[in-house]
Design a binder for this molecule. Structure first.
Ligand SMILES: [Fe+2]
Length: 268
């Protein structure tokens, strides 16, 4: 089977059920070693990947402020569910778009897509238990925007999507868990534990491929990352960082120092 064609179909599917089914199929074929990674399948830019009609994508500044009311907690669960849905597309695009990488690269991103689809289902099932479902609140498009903007080079994608956007989740999760701990939505703490552990693995995969590409191109990883951050983000690298989790995801001390310095710059 052709993994690129299958990844593209899953990426472009606007049906949640079909997307999840296709991701499971990709994952099983990957595990059965039934995928042939030598492909000339087309590479299209994807400005809008497949997603259901709802949630409506709102601009960041029109998103409601989440308070401590029940509905505020439910909106937070929905927001994380939306991130996980987008993360399926992020991983599928990484598996689909970049060619001439080692087979392991595609296997890694298919694995990530599968885990993200599980995270999405965990959260959507919990929303359903609470009488809601994915799509009941607005979402945002920040994650896909950066994915689309880094479609020109696998190095830029690895630098900025897993290592900045997804790693942000590692920084934020413990604080979100604390908020849920003392609420009537305590099952979220356990769900976020599962997600957090998997996400460390996803960021680690991003770090591995970013460094491997820097080495292959004989370029310095810190200054390359710095140039990409300036080009795509500016000086606003948001801290504070979860140093312990980032270390587990293979950020080096030198990289962590860089992050701290950049976040200090953006606050002055
Ligand atoms: Fe996830």
């Amino acid at each position: 089977m052709n993994p690129f064609e299958l990844s593209y179909q899953a990426l472009m599917s606007s049906s949640i059920t079909e997307k999840i089914t296709l991701v499971s199929k990709l994952h099983s074929l990957k595990n059965q070693q039934a995928l042939d990674y030598q492909s000339t399948y087309k590479i299209d830019p994807v400005e809008n990947p497949g997603r259901p009609i709802k949630p409506i994508l709102a601009r960041f500044n029109t998103m409601p402020k989440r308070g401590k009311s029940d509905i505020g907690f439910i909106e937070t669960i929905h927001a994380i569910c939306h991130i996980e849905f987008n993360a399926i597309n992020l991983a599928l695009d990484a598996a689909y778009r970049f060619r001439e990488m080692p087979d392991q690269f595609y296997q890694d991103w298919i694995q990530v897509a599968f885990e993200e689809s599980q995270h999405f289902q965990l959260l959507n099932n919990y929303l359903i238990e609470l009488g809601y479902q994915y799509g009941d609140f607005d979402g945002h498009n920040g994650l896909w925007k950066m994915t689309f903007e880094t479609d020109y080079d696998v190095l830029a994608r690895m630098a900025l999507v897993p290592r900045v956007l997804e790693a942000r989740g590692l920084d934020a999760t413990p604080k979100i868990q604390k908020r849920f701990e003392n609420s009537k939505f305590k099952p979220m703490v356990g769900l976020l534990d599962i997600i957090f552990n998997d996400e460390i693995g996803h960021v680690k995969i991003g770090n591995y491929w970013f460094h491997s590409l820097c080495k292959q191109r004989s370029i310095d990883s810190i200054s390359t990352f710095n140039q990409l951050v300036i080009k795509h983000i500016g000086s606003e690298l948001r801290g504070p960082f979860n140093i312990e989790a980032r270390k587990l995801a293979d950020f080096s001390d030198e990289e962590l120092d860089y992050l701290q310095a950049r976040s200090a710059l953006s606050t002055t």
